[in-house]
Ligand binder design. Structure first.
Ligand code: SF4
Length: 321
């Protein structure tokens, strides 16, 4: 199987209508969630639409290799006009949502319109439900995820949602999935908030059947057992290199090397890592569950952007501080 399968589902959150459209030709021409979503946006989304208006559209789509154990396939794409730049934005999140998205049987889901009350949109292989959730106004992402788990029995990998930032249309607000993975940069969370959608969930039992050649199992096993610095340290593995080549923003870009790099580099993060973690089926497993016993802090990361932004660029020389 080379291409995503299934129709486009259009969900109008304004008038609560839905529609399905055959997009086989697009699925066969564009690879992956980003390709399909970008083509759909090009065809269906007026590029002069107000990013925070009802005419903007959000496209959720993923690649064709769902339910395989092929590394890097468990990514999920979201595309729309960015309220930060005014241009078309595609943002890509890991975690485990793509498998549940594929289980709905749709290759892409398009959100249009705007709801006049805060809702959760539930997309399954048997239909779409709109759930008014006035009590979730102002709820954080963990509170929203907890509500959906309690009320609907769906864990965080079924959920894409926003916190107060998205509701308040902060122009760099993210949509969060799998609780800690982000459709970040560019403010797609504000677009979801402007549509009055607190969360969208995906569930079903209609994943397309895919045939995986046996060699994939061997490749996956080799990748899972091989050592690589990025598997141990994620993106923080580049911190030392960035410093060495004078590319580590320091003290708000006034310098490009940081004398305290040892306190924020990949080795320091690896010291705090307490287990392996990954996105769905990815043998690379670059995620960074970390904790500091002394401070009683347990979290995920930091990644390079964080150690750079809150470390060297802020003049802070310890990731725990
Ligand atoms: S575990 Fe790391 S490498 Fe694998 S899909 Fe997730 S972010 Fe990418």
């Amino acid at each position: 199987m080379l291409h995503a399968e299934g129709p486009l589902l259009t969900v109008d959150v304004g008038d609560r209508s839905t529609e399905t459209t055959d997009i086989d030709e697009i699925n066969e021409t564009f690879i992956g969630g980003r390709g399909v979503a970008t083509r759909l946006a090009h065809d269906r989304l007026p590029f002069d639409a107000d990013p925070l208006g009802a005419a903007n559209r959000l496209y959720f789509a993923t690649g064709p290799m769902q339910s395989s154990t092929m590394s890097f396939t468990g990514r999920m794409n979201c595309t729309g006009i960015s309220p930060l730049t005014g241009g078309l934005l595609s943002s890509n999140a890991g975690g485990f949502m793509s498998r549940n998205f594929a289980a709905t049987g749709y290759s892409a889901v398009e959100l249009v319109g705007a709801s006049d009350e805060l809702v959760v949109v539930h997309v399954t292989d048997t239909g779409v439900e709109f759930e008014p959730v006035p009590d979730l106004a102002g709820a954080t992402v963990p509170e929203t995820v907890e509500y959906i788990e309690t009320e609907h029995g769906m864990e965080s990998e079924h959920v894409a949602c926003i916190g107060p930032g998205g509701e308040n249309r902060v122009r760099f607000a993210s949509i969060m999935t799998s609780e800690s993975r982000a459709f970040g940069r560019g403010g797609l969370g504000a677009v979801l908030g402007a549509k009055g959608v607190k969360a969208i969930t995906f569930d079903g039992d209609s994943s397309p059947e895919i045939e995986i050649p046996p060699i994939q199992t061997d490749v996956h096993r080799d990748a899972a057992t091989a050592d690589h610095i990025m598997k141990r340290q994620g993106t923080t593995s580049v911190t030392e290199l960035a410093n060495e080549v004078s590319a580590l923003p320091t003290r708000y870009f006034s310098e490009l090397q940081f004398e305290g790099v040892e306190g924020i580099n990949g080795d320091r993060v690896e010291e705090k890592k307490f287990k392996k973690a990954t996105c769905s089926s990815c043998a690379f497993a670059c995620k960074l569950p970390t904790k500091d016993e002394e401070r009683g802090v347990e979290t995920e990361g930091p990644e390079f952007e964080t150690v750079m932004s809150f470390g060297s660029n802020a003049g802070v020389d310890d990731i725990v501080d």
